[in-house]
Design a protein around this ligand. Structure first.
Ligand SMILES: [Zn+2]
Ligand SMILES: [Zn+2]
Length: 346
């Protein structure tokens, strides 16, 4: 065990504070990562404030991790000391079920092991990226290509893969019209990636406040959902609507924007169940679906794709002492577009 510095929420809803945690000794297939940057994901705030389920406290959030390997176990073959690496939302899974074997570890039937707020195979709680170091099995570690700056790469480990995976699954590409609903941390990556894949991209945002940014990041069109004319004008337009919002939506209204066979895919989720009139699916063979992060191989593919297309996240770099203030700003949608913690300040 090694004692390392971290920022933790000591209890649900308590502000995060500097502390120390124990990391396990580097095992045969583990790498020790010197964390350089950690992104702040909206779900960090949900979990630190216990909005989803019973959290494990103290909690060290952070599942958008970028750093450098400083030690590798004797059995490690994929990484060496000095490699630039990332860790996303999971650090293990059963490795035996059909989903794990198919590279869909995120949907492991026994449940994947979350990077934080989870319990690992040894019965120990996992602690995330708001920390100076982390020990991770090489099979759940990603390579960050040289073409990506580590600070701009960190948010790709959650926001990037969460949008890339459904866009690929529902075949976003040339000739396809994709709408990205919401222009936050996830949405801005959705716009960049959908554009990179060659789709015609429309942002649907509450207001036109971020229009200039959206168009700069690769959107072809930008509409305000607060304007009822948007729904008239865009009826039957899209092949895919990627919803990144977690506020309750009028699903009927959004489903009316899909073409026949179109899909509305949710990567954000309201805390309460929703109500949908299924006739809005039946009249057009439409799908209402969801998607969660991506598998390890697909996450690597996403990082390689983003490096090739120069698609880092748009970030605001902060010191660890600013985490609590950053949380408030995220809740007020006051960030363009991802806070990233400089781990040297932890
Ligand atoms: Zn996340
Ligand atoms: Zn599994």
């Amino acid at each position: 065990m090694t004692t390392v510095a971290a920022y933790a929420a000591p209890a649900a809803k308590a502000p995060l504070e500097r502390t120390t945690i124990e990391r396990r000794a580097v095992g045969e297939y583990d790498v020790l990562i010197d964390i350089k940057f950690a992104g702040i994901c909206h779900s960090d705030i949900h979990q630190a404030r216990d909005g989803w389920a019973e959290g494990i406290f103290p909690m060290v959030p952070g599942h958008e991790i970028a750093g450098v390997v400083t030690e590798a176990g004797p059995g490690v073959t994929k990484f060496a000391v000095g490699d630039r690496v990332g860790v996303g939302c999971m650090v293990d899974s059963c490795r035996e079920c059909d989903n794990c074997k198919a590279g869909l570890e995120q949907y492991c039937v026994k449940g994947n092991t979350g990077t934080y707020n989870a319990v690992d195979k040894n019965g120990e709680p996992t602690y995330g990226g708001y920390s100076s170091h982390i020990v991770v099995d090489e099979n759940y570690t990603l390579r960050i290509p040289d073409g990506l700056a580590l600070d701009e790469a960190a948010p790709l480990l959650c926001a990037g893969i969460t949008t890339y995976s459904p866009l690929k699954h529902w075949n976003a590409g040339p000739g396809k019209k994709v709408a990205v609903l919401g222009m936050g941390g996830l949405g801005h990556m959705g716009v960049k990636i959908a554009h990179g894949l060659g789709a015609e991209v429309t942002v649907l945002s509450q207001s036109l406040r971020k229009q200039e940014d959206g168009l700069k990041l690769g959107a072809d069109h930008y509409y305000a959902t607060s304007d009822p004319k948007t729904f008239e004008e865009l009826a039957g337009t899209f092949d895919i609507i990627l919803s990144t919002v977690s506020a309750p939506l009028d699903f009927g209204a959004y489903l009316s924007l899909l073409k026949t066979d179109g899909a509305l895919v949710n990567v954000g989720a309201p805390e309460e169940p929703i109500s949908v009139n299924l006739f809005s699916l039946i009249g057009g063979r439409k799908s209402l679906s969801g998607s969660g992060i991506g598998g390890i191989q697909e996450t690597q593919e996403m990082l390689d794709f983003c490096a090739e297309h120069g698609l880092g996240a748009e970030i605001e770099l902060i010191a660890a002492s600013e985490i609590n203030e950053a949380y408030e700003r995220v809740l007020n949608s006051d960030v363009r577009y991802r806070f990233v913690i400089d781990a040297a300040t932890i």
